[in-house]
Write a protein that binds this ligand. Structure first.
Ligand code: SF4
Ligand code: SF4
Length: 396
């Protein structure tokens, strides 16, 4: 009888519902229990015969590349719990700050001064093991500048062992063809903070040419490339040009955000853009994101951050109120994170018409208030209020 094997780029995940995740394109499909159990058998090295299975379903899976009749050279040893071990929302995204060292001193960086922390490789391995056992989907490898680590090769060597999508966040300065060939990631996200004039003003002279070179060789190599851009006073005239450029290059995911006035930006307030202006630029960008909440909940619902000193927090902005440390384990730390219900927000009390899509914006920005933390603390992310036209230019 014909045997079927789960294709190497697919993994099964037991999230709130049984699911199938395509690591290559970041797509997640809900399954019923019967389909999940059948695909689970196909995920074994020896595969599974079709006896008793729904032929139409098998045909569909084969046509979509989920199942193959050939044994897979690459398949993940999957840890699939019977049910989620933690009764809160699933942990899908993990920001892993492997170092807080950086080769740049960007004027807006939220890290005031990196203390030179680096997560030891053994700790990283433990964190990745636990993230996989918690059914994680996307690992975001951040810094500082991750490629600054002298032992980046050892971190990189761990990555193929895990069945989740790996995304490297970089300023691109240290990325060359030789390193690119060895990288075990599915996507590279470059920070590009404007066209040459705007980017170099924030990140340093000559950095635009370097990041664009790294971006181009990455695109040529075939790896997925995404871009993150911060709104600042020297790039606000460049967004239309950036959009045309990035779309023309085939970039599918462009994240645009406003930096919080913390870290370096507190000392470089010239780069700060007031909420009424900056909010308009949040409507640029395209593609997905990881910070969004789920239905009925505010941001960060499925996210956790591990910082380079071992602190675990809701996200990097919440390092001042940690959930614990890596030595306690991600699961234990996550138990301390209470999901924020939209109905509890001031946004709901004000009957905001945009609440279902905005979901209260960035709760950290909402907590510190607009305009360098000195403005009114309304409980709303005022930048988002301007982007959704909930607050007009006159502040109403
Ligand atoms: S507080 Fe802001 S940065 Fe943190 S998870 Fe929410 S949206 Fe993201
Ligand atoms: S637009 Fe403003 S009021 Fe509405 S949900 Fe977003 S932050 Fe809250």
């Amino acid at each position: 009888m014909m045997r079927y094997y789960l294709a190497g780029n697919f993994v099964l995940k037991r999230l709130e519902t049984p699911s199938l995740y395509n690591i290559s394109n970041d797509e997640l499909y809900e399954l019923d229990e019967t389909a999940f159990e059948f695909l689970k058998k196909c995920a074994r090295t020896e595969g599974c015969d079709a006896g008793g299975a729904d032929k139409e379903f098998i045909g569909y899976c084969v046509s979509e590349g989920v199942l193959s009749a050939e044994r897979q050279s690459k398949s993940f040893t999957q840890f699939i719990p019977l049910k989620l071990s933690f009764c809160g929302p699933s942990l899908r995204y993990l920001e892993l700050q492997i170092t807080d060292k950086c080769n740049l001193k960007c004027k807006h960086c939220y890290i005031d001064q990196g203390a030179g922390n680096e997560l030891p490789v053994e700790i990283i391995r433990n964190v990745l093991d636990e993230f996989e056992s918690m059914q994680g989907l996307r690992l975001l490898i951040t810094g500082g500048e991750p490629l600054m680590r002298g032992d980046f090769g050892a971190v990189n060597a761990l990555l193929p062992l895990y069945g989740f999508r790996k995304i490297l966040f970089t300023n691109g300065l240290l990325l060359d063809k030789a390193l690119l060939e060895k990288l075990n990631v599915d996507e590279i996200q470059f920070s590009v903070d404007g066209m040459e004039q705007g980017h170099d003003a924030l990140r340093g002279k000559g950095t635009y040419k370097k990041v664009m070179r790294a971006l181009e060789i990455s695109l040529v190599s075939g790896i997925t490339v995404s871009i993150a851009t911060m709104v600042h006073s020297r790039n606000i005239g460049e967004f239309a040009v950036m959009e045309k450029l990035f779309r023309g290059m085939g970039i599918e995911d462009w994240t645009v955000d406003v930096p919080c006035v913390t870290g370096h930006l507190k000392h470089n307030t010239f780069f700060h853009v007031p909420a009424d202006v900056a909010g308009q630029y949040l409507n640029y960008g395209f593609g997905g994101g990881i910070h969004g909440g789920g239905e009925g909940y505010a941001c960060g619902l499925h996210l956790l951050s591990v910082l380079a000193n071992g602190t675990v927090a809701k996200c990097a902005f919440y390092s001042h109120s940690p959930l614990g440390t890596v030595s306690e384990g991600l699961g234990k730390c996550r138990e301390g994170l209470k999901p924020v219900k939209l109905e509890s927000l001031q946004c709901a009390a004000l009957s905001c018409r945009a609440i279902d899509s905005c979901r209260g914006g960035c709760r950290y920005r909402a907590s510190i208030g607009p305009d360098m933390g000195a403005g009114e603390q309304t409980g709303r992310d005022i930048y988002k209020c301007f982007s959704y036209d909930i607050i007009k230019g006159n502040g109403s």
